[in-house]
Design a protein around this ligand. Sequence first.
Ligand SMILES: Cc1ncc(COP(=O)(O)O)c(C=O)c1O
Length: 389
Amino acid sequence: MNNRGRDFIPFHAPDIGEEEIRSVVETLQSGWLTTGLKVKRFEEEFSKYLGCSHAVAVNSCTAALHLALDAVGIQVGDEVIVPTMTFTATAEVVLYFKAKPILVDCEPDTLNIDPLDLERKITAKTKAIIPVHMAGQSCNMDRIMEIARRHKLKVIEDAAHALPSRFNGQMVGTIGDITCFSFYVTKTITTGEGGMATTDNPEWADRMRVMSLHGISKDAWKRYSNEGSWYYEVHFPGYKYNLTDIAAAIGIEQLKKCDRFWTARARIAAAYNEAFAALPEIRTPACIPNSQHAWHLYVIQLETERLRIDRAEFITALKDQGIGTSVHFIPLHLHPYYREAFGYKPEDFPTATRVFERIISLPIYPAMSEKSVQRVIAAVTDVVDKNRR
Ligand SMILES: Cc1ncc(COP(=O)(O)O)c(C=O)c1O
């Protein structure tokens, strides 16, 4: 069977309803388009949803990570520990400070940062750890917080995938020193582009808020409203990372649907888990006990020893059947920049190098129909059946 005459199932499609459209139109009609009351409301509702003290809305998770490292005081020459199994944003923000991202290998099952390798990489220069909750499966935050406290390191969680995720019953976003979320279009809730930094520390929240808008004194947006005046002061050389009210208007509505979206994704994950349990060629995602996987991604690992085709050929075969997929991630140490700048070699991160050859992310999003889920299952099963060793 090939793709001809069949609808293509994309790797991802956002779920935007009438509520988001109405909310954006209302915002456009209000005449207030940039950062204002909608952003404030989005922040309040986000912090209430997670149960944290402060939420600072910005225009990407990358911006949130940058502001978080600034808030905890990262300086030139510091070292910050980052998993190699992540998107480049997690490490590039460290480079903004002329600090050094120190890459760490991953666990073979969860693909999360390996706590043993993490601890080995700590030096006198290490100032912070950025754990990434891969695919929405929380890292073992007990281990990571314990290591961080023992070595006096700050923990900035990259939770771009982890809304809503829990570790030992505790919401991700309320555990580390600062947590950063993404509302990029493929994420579990979206504002097109957007991000949020959460923390219980009021000083860091203030610093991130000020630095997100040119280093101008707090509540700068008020200067254009009835409450404000023409006067403002620049206290630091800041950045232009503020979220617009147009984006927040989408975010407020998406957040209301966050739990419903999660239920839909969890149902798809359960259907995949059940179907692929019958295929020894497919390793389904590991779930750690007492945690809630956000199921932002559903990452399978191919048991390539049992197949006659490699991962790239498997992806092509799925594409031929009308199934879009992706790979999360090409580990950082395999990219030219990180290889050349830091001299990393594939064998420096044996687990990440090995699992990279095996991983495929399958479609998982609330707008997927039951028929589409069954088509993905049938296609994966068919490709395995035809290429079994
Ligand atoms: C793990 C991880 N961190 C950070 C980011 C950056 O998010 P944003 O696009 O909102 O800056 C991404 C985006 O894909 C990601 O996957």
